[in-house]
Design a protein around this ligand. Sequence first.
Ligand SMILES: [Zn+2]
Length: 120
Amino acid sequence: MDREKLKYHRDKLLKMRRELIDKLNERYHDAMSLGEDGTQDAADEAYNLYNKNLMLGRVETDALKLRLIEQALVRIDNGTYGVCIECEEDIEEKRLEYVPFARYCTDCKTELEKKGLIKM
Ligand SMILES: [Zn+2]
């Protein structure tokens, strides 16, 4: 991949990372402050717990995404960005455009997902 393109993906990843960190902080704060207004009965409590778990689930997904972004940035630095870590073929340009932190080419991703080995 040429430098121009690498820079393009790098900028995109950095922007994604920044936005994700903001979102994570916000979500985590929201989840933790649920039901802390002190005026809840049992139904409120159950509802809040449900929401809290739902929000924390989303935080987890975002945290995973954040890790993938960090790894992609490392791959840009060490020159292996855009190469599938499974079969070592180039990842399709179209896929990187859509998922700049992709580790696998479409074929490997489909295969690994079928086996239940990866989520993202
Ligand atoms: Zn592959």
